[in-house]
Each structure stands twice: as C-alpha cells, then as structure tokens.
Design a protein around this ligand. Structure first.
Ligand SMILES: [Zn+2]
Length: 330
C-alpha cells in the first residue's frame, strides 16, 4: 500500500499538471460517472493530503481565485472535494504530451516544450511510458487502459485513477470530518517540531494496551505510516513491535514521532521509500539480499541484522507482515 510520502508525490504531480485550470472529467469504467459529470468542466483549485487520504478541490469556473491554494485568508471554501484513498491496489497513472516528463514513483512534471526543429528524437522520459511523443497542441489523451474509475485531462496531460479503495465526491464539512478522524501526519509541514502533534501521538499511543506495531498503523493515532515505515522506524527506535503502547514511555514515543517524521521526509525528498542510512548499508551490497541496501528489517526475514547479525524475524500482525530484529528491539 502506498504510504503517506507516495500520496504526497502523487498530489504534487496532480497539482503541477492540473492546478489552476479546468479539466475534462469522466469515469471510463462507469462506477464514478455521476460524480465525474459534476467535476467535468470545473477548475482544479488545490490538492490536500492527510496521511493516506487525498482531497482534490474543484470549483466551477468563476468561483475562487489563485491556484493550488486551499488555505489562508481570503481563500474560498471549496464545496466540492474529491476524496480518494488508494487502499492496497489503487494507483494514479499519468500521461501527456512532450511537456510532461515521467520520473517514476508517481512523479511527473512539466517542462518547456522543445522548439520545433530542435527535437533530437529522444524523449526526456527516463522510465519510458510513452510520454513526450506528441507535440504540445496536437496531443490527445490515449484510450483508457483497464478499469479506470476516474479520468481527468487538460490540453497537456491526463491522470487516470485505477482501483482506489475509496473515491467519492464530498462537501467541505465532510472533508473536515474525515480529517478530524485522522491522527497527526508526520509529513505535515513543521510536524517534526510540532510539540502538540508529538504530544497528541505520544499520549494517545501510551494510553493503549495494544502492541505499538498495531498502534502506529492505526491512522486515527498517526496518519500516513504503512508497513515499511512501521518496521524500520521501530527498528531504529529499538522498540519491539510487540511491546504494548502503555509500556513505552511518553518520552520514547515522542522520540519515535521525530524519527518517523525524519524517515518519511527523507523518503519524500528521495522520491522512493528507502529507510537505510547509506553509511550503514552493507558495502559491497549483499548478493541475494538487495533489501539490505534499502531497509533495515523490512522484507529481510531470516537474514542477518545489519547492526547485530541476528536473523530478522517475521510474523503476521493484523494480517500484515511484520519484521523486526529480536536483539536490537526490546
Ligand atoms: Zn539487530
């Protein structure tokens, strides 16, 4: 399942490709047809992310002003939000004309078109998804492939939403209600030094009798953490995932908050979910254990811990795979 950093990368891409302009919207698969018709012709005003939830704000032309902003004084209250949760299998797929470059990992951005006559025959597309083949102005979105729940496009780019767990049109009050049910988000600007957010997380987690490995996957306590960040943040904090929340001190939980903020922000900046500090990565890389260059314990069942050599353990916790080092984590 994409974790919070991946959702933010997708949100940045959608903002860059569509914010401030009108979109043509549809539901090729049909299951979102009624709502897509209400979005069709609207201007995409902004994209918000809270944890793994994405909210795309639309206004009808003429309403509102500015682009890509949804907060701050003088900004209109958006009454039309598209609420998306990708779940385990959902994803966005982008395509576009020569001005749209795909960087992979859900990142695409726009570059100035190559002037006529200077085209060297090579697309700037690094990951080869067929972007950049049509000159700006002549491009048309390709036929949707697979079960596309929602499609929006403008004159340069198209975004297809495939297999989301949740996709609905909601009001501003409904968006607020969804966000109110979510815990603090480590990727929110300033979250690392936000005493209130750290305290909220630490005190809520400390009040629980459940295992800390369950607690940090509970989106109502901390929003955006998934399986990889769970495994490796608990490893770095030295806390066993089976330890009950009430048996971890508030001070250690606050340190865990900072650690999760740092890890997730690093993943967001790097554009991929890798938690390993390059200084600790096995050198040379371990053959047959490529994960050891990317993660500490995630997906490394039975292999030696990079710090102590103890074989990494695996178990199921709430039907998700859990990884930990029984020596480093107590
Ligand atoms: Zn270890």
């Amino acid at each position: 399942m994409p974790e919070g950093d991946a959702i933010r990368r997708l949100a940045s891409t959608i903002t860059e490709l569509f914010a401030g302009g009108t979109v043509v919207a549809s539901s090729p698969q049909g299951r979102f047809a009624h709502s897509a018709a209400l979005i069709d012709g609207c201007r995409l005003q902004c994209v918000r992310v809270h944890g793994k939830h994405m909210f795309i704000g639309f206004v009808t032309e003429g309403e509102g002003q500015g682009q890509g902003q949804c907060e701050g004084e003088g900004e209109p209250i958006l009454e039309r939000w598209m609420h998306i949760h990708l779940g385990l299998y959902g994803w966005w797929r982008f395509n576009g004309d020569e001005t749209v470059v795909d960087e992979g990992y859900g990142v695409a951005h726009r570059v100035p078109p190559v002037p006529a006559g200077e085209w060297n025959g090579h697309s700037e597309t690094r990951w080869g998804c067929g972007f950049g083949e049509a000159a700006a102005g002549t491009w048309e979105p390709p036929e949707p492939v697979g079960q596309v729940r929602f499609r929006m496009y403008n004159t340069h780019a198209v975004a297809d939403l495939i297999g989301p767990n949740r996709c609905e049109l909601i009001t501003d009050a409904e968006r607020e209600a969804v966000e109110a049910r979510l815990g603090p988000d480590p990727l929110e600007v300033g979250a690392r030094d936000d005493e209130e957010a750290a305290d909220c997380f630490a005190r809520t987690a400390h009040a629980k009798k459940r295992a800390i490995g369950e607690i940090i996957m509970d989106q109502s306590i901390i929003a955006g953490v998934g399986n990889i960040y769970r495994a490796d943040s608990l490893f770095l904090a030295g806390i066993s995932p089976h330890r009950k929340g009430k048996n971890v001190s508030v001070k250690r939980l606050k340190e865990l908050w900072v650690l999760i903020c740092d890890l997730m922000n690093r993943g967001l900046a790097a554009g991929r979910l890798e938690t390993m500090d390059p200084k600790e990565a096995p050198n040379p890389p371990l053959v047959g254990d490529e994960e050891a260059s990317r993660w500490y314990v995630y997906h490394r069942t039975g292999r030696p811990c990079v710090r102590c050599g103890t074989p990494i353990r695996e178990a199921l916790m709430q039907n998700r795979r859990l990884f930990w080092c029984p020596s480093c984590q107590r």
